[in-house]
Design a protein around this ligand. Structure first.
Ligand code: SF4
Length: 358
């Protein structure tokens, strides 16, 4: 990838991941992949209890995405989704309005209160103490497809072997419509990833020095509407291992709920939240403007630091001088706060309809 001030991008998975997210946001779908005219939500490091993906692209119905903004930037978890998706148009006792959740109603009542406190639904208490609710907006059908990307900048044979079982699980469960591996372009005629152990159902993207990706292998569309198979355990193989694989079925309804929860997580978190766990309040921290996009850069280490390096325990940490945060300093709260606000503004800009934007 390109360099800043002559310092090479170090090729860490973290930096590679940010490059892939920025590319996806500006260029998805890759050339040669047909999709309808979609709006996009891109996120990093999200998933389910059992599986987390490096990059997730949610292809959305543009009008549905705009309507989703009525519910604010923060994600809706499964309890809140249960309320907003079933909230009636007219005032109704919550137990009559909402389907039996299969767990005690007091938890549903709590979720109704939380939804009302967040301004997602209307709520009133009658003289007989009954809680009624009414919807403010219909929850839209905004998610079209979900694409999961695993980032492996150095996809050598051993990395591919380690990755293969994860990808096989993804393919068997089919929670995402497509599964991809993104790796650094090597310049070879045949990308090494293609001849390694990556399952044929997974696509392969190769990312060049400018952070642009191209398709080296097209993925197969997975059957997201059918029941999936959850692989719990698989034998290691070899002549001494005669054990059977263990698996269970994931029904289509469970998958549909999980997909929506995943999309909500992507909507709320995006991929710029790294500034929340790094130290932009360190005077050595800056965002460098590279060909692939903005990347965090550490002047002390003279490289793109990883999220792990850039923490409170970093030996090179130097707090912003107090004067940067006060007096005549041009950025309110100092550059650290300014960087967070910039990333937050960019994230909101990718969510049309928030703050009345179109
Ligand atoms: S010196 Fe340490 S804390 Fe400061 S920007 Fe560099 S890595 Fe982050």
């Amino acid at each position: 990838m390109s360099s800043v001030d002559g310092a090479p991008i170090d090729g860490s998975e973290f930096v590679f991941e940010l490059c892939v997210c920025q590319w996806a946001e500006r260029a998805w779908p890759p050339e040669g992949v047909d999709t309808d005219d979609s709006a996009l939500v891109v996120a990093r490091q999200i998933g389910t209890k059992r599986r987390r993906w490096d990059t997730v692209v949610v292809e959305c119905d543009p009008e549905g995405l705009r309507q989703r903004a009525n519910f604010g930037l923060a994600e809706l978890d499964s309890d809140l989704l249960h309320v907003v998706r079933n909230a009636p148009a007219e005032w109704t006792w919550y137990r009559d309005a909402l389907p039996d959740p299969g767990y005690p109603w007091r938890y549903v009542r709590e979720a109704v209160h939380e939804a009302a406190d967040r301004g997602l639904v209307e709520r009133r208490r009658l003289s007989n103490n009954r809680i009624e609710l009414r919807r403010k907006w219909e929850y839209p059908d905004w998610v079209r497809r979900i694409v999961a990307i695993e980032n492996k900048p150095d996809l050598d044979a051993s990395a591919a072997r380690a990755l293969a079982p994860q990808l096989e699980r993804d393919v068997a469960l089919a929670l995402a419509d497509e599964v991809w591996v993104a790796t650094t372009e090597t310049g070879d005629t045949v990308e090494p990833a293609l001849i390694e152990d990556v399952p044929v159902e997974a696509g392969v993207l190769t990312v060049d020095a400018d952070g642009d990706a191209s398709v080296s292998w097209h993925p197969r569309s997975l059957s997201v509407d059918d029941p999936g198979t959850r692989i719990l355990e698989r034998p290691a193989g070899g002549e001494h291992d005669a054990s059977a694989a263990r698996f269970e079925y994931a029904d289509a309804e469970w998958k549909a709920d999980k997909r929506l929860e995943l999309a909500e997580r992507a909507y709320g978190r995006g991929w710029r939240a790294y500034a929340d766990t790094m130290r932009p309040d360190c005077r050595q921290f800056r965002l460098s403007d590279e060909t692939p996009g903005f990347l965090p850069y550490c002047d002390a280490k003279e490289c793109h630091q990883t999220a792990g390096q850039c923490s409170g325990s970093c030996p090179d940490f130097e707090p912003e001088p107090p004067v940067w945060r006060s007096g005549d300093w041009p950025i309110t709260g100092g550059p650290g706060k300014g960087i967070k606000r910039l990333l937050e503004r960019q994230r909101r800009r990718e969510r049309p309809g928030l703050d009345g934007e179109s």
